[in-house]
Design a protein around this ligand. Structure first.
Ligand code: SF4
Length: 243
C-alpha cells in the first residue's frame, strides 16, 4: 500500500542525521512541529532566550524601540528556507530538538495577525524577532508583514533571511525595508556584498567602519535588548562567530 504524505515525511525524517549532507527540506525533529490549534498560548512567544534579553518581560532598553516588548516566531527549518542557504545542512535547528516549529500557511498568518493586534493594543510597542528557525516562505508572507507594519505603527521586526537579495522573496524583503526602514530590519544572511547583511565570520572579516562582530558573542553587550546593533547600525554589516 502506498504511504500517505505524513507517513512519507516520517520515513524521510527518520533517516536524517546531523552529519548528513544534502538534508531533505524538513526538520530533523518532526515531533516538534505544531499547528496553530495545538498551541493555545499563541504562536508569538515572549522571548525566553537570554541572548535576546535577560529581563523577565523582555524589552528593548535603548534607542528608537526602547520599551518595545520582544516576541519571537519559530517556523520549520529547511521547509521554509531556500536551498541555497549557507547553513542548510548545519542549521542550528539541528541542535534544537525541543523548539516548537509552527506549520506555515494561512492559519499561521491569521494567528499572527490576531496576536499582533492584541499585543500592540496592550504594550507601548512590539518587536518581533523573525525567525528563530525558518524563513520568509513566500512573497505573500512578506507582504503579510508589510500589511501588519502599515496597520500598527508601534510594531517593528528584526531578523535575518537566507533568501538571496535578488530572488523574488529577497526583492520583496528589500521593498518592505525601503518602505519601513528600521521597523523592518531584516538582514540578508551571508551576502557580504550587501551593506545590510549578517555574515558568518567564515565568509567575511571584521572591518572598522564596515562591520562588527555581534557584541553579545564577544561579551561586549549583555543581550540584543541592550545592544540594538542589528537594527540601529543600518550602514554596517553584523558578523556572527560561526556556530
Ligand atoms: S549584534 Fe546586537 S542586536 Fe544583533 S544579534 Fe548581536 S547582540 Fe543582538
Amino acid at each position: 500500500m502506498p504511504l500517505d504524505t505524513s507517513q512519507q515525511l516520517t520515513t524521510v525524517n527518520s533517516k536524517i542525521r546531523k552529519a548528513d549532507k544534502n538534508k531533505p527540506a524538513f526538520t530533523m525533529y518532526p515531533n516538534a512541529r505544531r499547528t496553530v490549534e495545538d498551541c493555545t498560548t499563541g504562536v508569538l512567544k515572549v522571548s525566553r532566550n537570554k541572548k535576546i534579553s535577560k529581563d523577565k518581560l523582555p524589552m528593548i532598553r535603548k534607542g528608537e524601540f526602547a520599551g518595545y516588548v520582544i516576541f519571537t516566531l519559530t517556523l520549520e527549518e529547511r521547509a521554509t528556507c531556500p536551498r541555497t542557504c549557507y547553513h542548510w545542512d548545519d542549521c542550528y535547528g539541528n541542535n534544537m530538538a525541543f523548539a516548537h516549529r509552527f506549520n506555515h500557511g494561512k492559519a499561521l498568518e491569521d494567528a499572527i495577525e490576531r496576536e499582533i493586534a492584541e499585543h500592540c493594543a496592550i504594550y507601548k510597542g512590539v518587536i518581533v524577532r523573525l525567525h528563530v528557525l525558518g524563513d520568509f516562505y513566500s512573497v505573500d508572507y512578506v507582504k503579510h508583514w508589510q500589511d501588519l507594519l502599515s496597520r500598527h505603527d508601534n510594531l517593528a521586526v528584526w531578523g535575518y533571511t537566507g533568501y538571496a537579495p535578488n530572488s523574488d522573496i529577497g526583492l520583496a524583503i528589500r521593498a518592505v525595508r525601503g518602505g519601513f526602514g528600521t521597523r523592518f530590519s531584516v538582514r540578508f544572511s551571508n551576502a557580504p556584498d550587501e551593506v545590510f547583511s549578517a555574515n558568518s565570520t567564515e565568509v567575511a572579516e571584521e572591518e572598522s567602519g564596515k562591520s562588527a562582530v555581534c557584541p553579545e558573542q564577544t561579551g561586549k553587550a549583555e543581550s540584543c535588548a541592550t545592544c540594538t546593533f542589528c537594527w540601529s547600525a543600518q550602514t554596517r554589516q553584523v558578523l556572527f562567530l560561526t556556530h
